[in-house]
Design a protein around this ligand. Structure first.
Ligand code: ATP
Ligand code: MG
Length: 361
């Protein structure tokens, strides 16, 4: 593609609750960063999802939105408050879950990075957890049941873990690609002393893929030891690749050690599509009050920019992502923070400060 002429087209899905405040803030900052590095302005395509979509389309996840997503380069998804959806939507797969499934977004990429100015148990932590998101011990497409769980009798419940070479190869590749653009270290987390066949295959396939990245150093950890290492010396890790359930648990642990819910970004990616999504929820308790911390949403959008530029998209997006990340870090370091971090800034004030720093650099 001609990066300088053809605009990057991104879906903008505001979602529910504080999504109405943090998604526009992230969008404004993204636009300012692209302009500051002289890139082609992003073409945003607003799409309905969540409570607003129930009003307009009779469902929180309209088929028209899913169809439109397929034609775009990437997506920014605000949080959803699916607990407040009316029946029959409440118990269903969330909009984010539906999109992940429909587009096979197999990699859940969760950075855990501490910021100067934000209290953290591990103030030096700067790692990324790359979590396989389609199988493992949250297997949702195995041959037995839809959920991976079943009961042979009313008094016996069983769960199935599924690890395939194909899914492990692609998550391993995502991890090694990322590590080669970071500090060049991958830790493979498994439990092959007990779950020898499933997590053993995961470990072995990760190492096979690793041989294609001679510049990246590979290590192994058992998941239980890894939990302890994260607490004791979390700053030693760069990229951590693991199966679905271990990744779910370890990313909450690392997120908490490195800072707060309001600062934790994430990206969900396949080989061809990616979606920026904050790690936190819609925070209905503070929605509409200009109090939400937009940091996670802003940093998730920067991750999307970085992902797009590293895959042949507009290289200006990579430079814009760096600007956004350093502007957020500088803003937090200067003590400008929202209430969740003990600060006095409103959502709008925080976003304005980041915007000014993106421009000034
Ligand atoms: P979900 O089920 O969607 O994950 P949840 O019940 O875990 O939702 P969140 O919406 O993540 O809850 O909110 C948990 C708490 O953290 C709430 O008190 C909320 O106000 C706070 N919180 C979450 N995100 C933010 C944010 N960006 N800024 C400020 N506070 C936040
Ligand atoms: Mg939650």
């Amino acid at each position: 593609r001609q990066a300088t002429s053809e605009p990057t087209r991104l879906g903008l899905l505001v979602g529910d609750g504080i999504g109405h405040e943090i998604v526009p803030a992230a969008q404004r900052i993204a636009d300012a960063a692209v302009a500051a590095v002289g890139g082609t302005p992003v073409a945003w395509v607003p799409l309905d999802v969540g409570l607003d979509a129930i009003g307009e389309h009779g469902t929180p996840m309209p088929e028209s939105t899913l169809v439109a997503l397929a034609d775009l380069d990437g997506w920014v998804l605000g949080p959803h408050d699916s607990a407040s959806y009316p029946d029959p939507f409440r118990g269903q797969l969330t909009p984010g879950g539906t999109i992940r499934k429909r587009f096979d977004l197999f990699a859940n990429i969760r950075p855990a990075r501490a910021f100067a100015g934000v209290r953290a148990v591990s103030p030096e932590m700067d790692l990324v957890i790359v979590r396989e998101n389609t199988e493992g011990f949250y297997a949702d497409r195995n041959m037995f049941t839809g959920s991976g769980e079943f009961m042979p009798t009313p008094d016996v419940a069983m769960a199935v873990g599924v690890v395939t070479r194909r899914a492990t190869e692609r998550i391993a590749r995502a991890a090694f690609e990322l590590a080669s653009r970071r500090r060049g270290r991958v830790t493979v987390v498994h439990k092959a002393n007990v779950l020898a066949l499933t997590t053993g295959l995961f470990r072995d396939v990760c190492h096979e893929i690793g041989t294609q990245y001679p510049g990246v150093e590979v290590r192994n950890e058992h998941v239980d030891a890894m939990a302890a290492h994260l607490v004791r010396r979390g700053e030693d890790f760069d990229v951590v690749v693991t199966e679905n359930m271990f990744g779910d648990i370890l990313s909450d642990l690392a997120g908490e050690l490195s800072g707060s819910l309001g600062t934790a970004p994430s990206l969900n990616a396949s080989e061809t599509k990616a979606m920026a999504q904050a790690a936190h929820g819609a925070a209905p308790d503070i929605a509409g009050r200009n109090r939400a911390n937009p940091t996670a949403m802003i940093l998730s959008t920067a991750m999307l920019f970085d992902w797009l530029s590293s895959r042949g998209g507009d290289p200006a997006l990579g430079r814009a992502a760096e600007r956004i990340q350093s502007a957020v870090a500088n803003t937090l370091q200067a003590g400008v923070a929202t209430a969740d971090l003990g600060g006095l800034a409103s959502t709008a004030e925080f976003a304005e400060t980041v915007t000014a720093r993106v421009v000034r650099h």
